[in-house]
Design a protein around this ligand. Structure first.
Ligand SMILES: [Cu+2]
Length: 250
C-alpha cells in the first residue's frame, strides 16, 4: 500500500498536467473589474467551497474537448455534464465582454463562435439540454494555409482574450453566453475536431427591446460531416466554412 504522502506526491503532477488546452478563467465587462469564470478543478469541490461564479462548471478536468461523436449529446451545449454558474454577470446590451482563456496551444487553430440562449427563468437553474442557442458572432480563418493564420492566433497574441459584444438593442433578460473554440488540428480525420464550449450566465439590462431570434438546440448545431468540422488544416485552401447556423440579426 502506498502511504498517503506517496499518493499526494503522485496526484499533484496529474492536476498540473490538466492545463494542456484551456477554459475561460475570467471575464471583464467593458474592460472593468475581473470576474472569475470557471475552473474544472471546482467541479468536485464540496458545495459552497468553490467560488460562486457565472461560469458553468463541467466534467472537463483535463481541460479537454467534446468530440463530433458527442454532437447529439447535451454535453455539446456547455461541455461535459455541465452544471450552471451559480451567479451571473450584469451587463447591458451593447457592452463588450472580454473572455480570458487561461491558456491556449498554438496548434489548436480554428473558429471562435458565440451564441446566446435566453433562460425561461433564472439561468442559475437552467439545464444545458433545455437551452436554444442563437449565433451572435463568429470568426475563423484569416489568411494563408497549411495551416494559415486563424482567429485563435489573434486570441493568443491578445493575452488569450477574445471579445464578444452583447447585441445592441437586445431586450433585458437572463441569457447564457455559449462561447466556443473548435480546434481543427486533427479535424482532417473523422471525429477529429475538438469543441471547447464554455457557458457563462449574463443578466442583460439596458433599454433594448429586440428579442433573440429563435435558436437551435445544441444537439442540432453541428454534424460530424459538416465541411467546417471535417476539414484539414494541412493542405492548400483560401477559405473556411464556419459550421453552425447563420449569425442572427438582432
Ligand atoms: Cu488540446
Amino acid at each position: 500500500m502506498p502511504s498517503l504522502a506517496t499518493v499526494a506526491a503522485f496526484s499533484l503532477p496529474l492536476v498540473q498536467l490538466a492545463s494542456a488546452h484551456g477554459h475561460v478563467a475570467g471575464i471583464t465587462v467593458n474592460g472593468g473589474t475581473w470576474i472569475q469564470g470557471t475552473d474544472p478543478n471546482w467541479y468536485y469541490q464540496p458545495e459552497g467551497s468553490a467560488p460562486t461564479t457565472p461560469g458553468w462548471r463541467a466534467l472537463n478536468q483535463d481541460n479537454g474537448f467534446v468530440a463530433p461523436d458527442a454532437y447529439t449529446s447535451s454535453d455539446i451545449a456547455c461541455h461535459k455534464s455541465a452544471t450552471p454558474g451559480q451567479t451571473y454577470i450584469e451587463a447591458n446590451s451593447g457592452d463588450t465582454l472580454t473572455l480570458y482563456w487561461n491558456t491556449w496551444p498554438d496548434s489548436h487553430k480554428g473558429p471562435i463562435i458565440n451564441y446566446l440562449a435566453q433562460c425561461s427563468g433564472e439561468c442559475t437553474s437552467a439545464t444545458a439540454g433545455s437551452l436554444s442557442f442563437t449565433k451572435i458572432s463568429e470568426a475563423a480563418y484569416l489568411s494563408g494555409s497549411n495551416p494559415g493564420d486563424w482567429v485563435t492566433d489573434t486570441m493568443i497574441a491578445q493575452n488569450f482574450t477574445s471579445d464578444v459584444e452583447i447585441p445592441a438593442g437586445l431586450a433585458p433578460g437572463n441569457y447564457v453566453l455559449r462561447h466556443e473554440i473548435i480546434a481543427l488540428h486533427s479535424a482532417g480525420n473523422q471525429n477529429g475536431a475538438q469543441n471547447y464550449p464554455q457557458c457563462i450566465n449574463i443578466k442583460v439590462g439596458g433599454s433594448g427591446s429586440n428579442t433573440l431570434p429563435t435558436g437551435t438546440a445544441a444537439t442540432s448545431l453541428y454534424t460530424p460531416m459538416d465541411p467546417g468540422i471535417l476539414f484539414s488544416l494541412y493542405g492548400s485552401f483560401d477559405s473556411y466554412p464556419i459550421p453552425g447556423p447563420e449569425v442572427a440579426t438582432i
